[in-house]
Design a protein around this ligand. Sequence first.
Ligand code: CP
Ligand code: NVA
Length: 304
Amino acid sequence: MARSFLQVADFSASELSAVLDAAQAQKASPEGAHRRAWAGRTAFLIFQKPSLRTRVSFELAVRRLGGEALYLSPPEVGLGEREPAADVARVLARFGDAIICRTFEQALLEELAAHADLPVINALSDWEHPCQALADLLTIREHGGAAGRTLAYVGDGNNVARSLMICAAGEGMRVRVASPPGYELDAASIEAAQARAAASGGSVEVGGDPAAAVDGADVVYTDTWTSMGQEAEAKLRVEAFEGFQVNAELLALARPEALVMHCLPAHRGEEISDAALEGEQSVVFDQAENRLHAQQALLWRLVQ
Ligand code: CP
Ligand code: NVA
């Protein structure tokens, strides 16, 4: 069965590190041999939620590798509704070389991958956002390096947090996560990240105090309190996350040159202040650009 990237754990820490190495090399030499890696190949994009960065960066990444990207609109495909994911996967496997899918349930991605002999890439599910984590680690590498530095994630224990924690732990970072009660990451994901950290020389600590997490940190990261599909809970969440905003007061506890990171889209005035997002320490647009470079390297790696 073809190699898929449904979650960070599908790749070992050293494989992820090799993808990041390739991303750095391809970014530095855009006209390298990788330019033909996807020649004659086609990737299908199926997005059941809105997207700016992920869709654009994947389409461009496929094209930059010499391949073709075909966007299939959700009502046309009717994934899991008009027909089962297993049938969609087997049909698309006859026509092309990868499925890049953004959906709600991780199980749907697993179903696609289980029935198709082509790689399935998670372009965000409710469980993980592994391609975002690749771009984030690439950005951290570019801004002072990852290994041995402290990454504080403040906020919802969501898809972005889960992928980031596991990926950063594998890269040797000291990861601290602070979330309010009821919004923490699950124990199995924390254990998976701790296992990677034990092998890489990093560490993973999880708690409920943003100030303790950010104290002396090199990187401060947050994401929306209300993810796509959770809109009905927005009011409740704003109340639950009181005190978890990344702002000047919280950043004063981090190292003076600490990076401020956010996967975007941001909700200014909720999880992050406008000043923190727009400030000199912010690298959010580097993260956005690096989606392209990281995913290009991932797609390249999948056809080696
Ligand atoms: N960060 C991210 O995945 O952005 P989009 O939802 O716009 O793709
Ligand atoms: N946690 C957010 C990330 C958006 C890129 C969501 O799932 O909506």
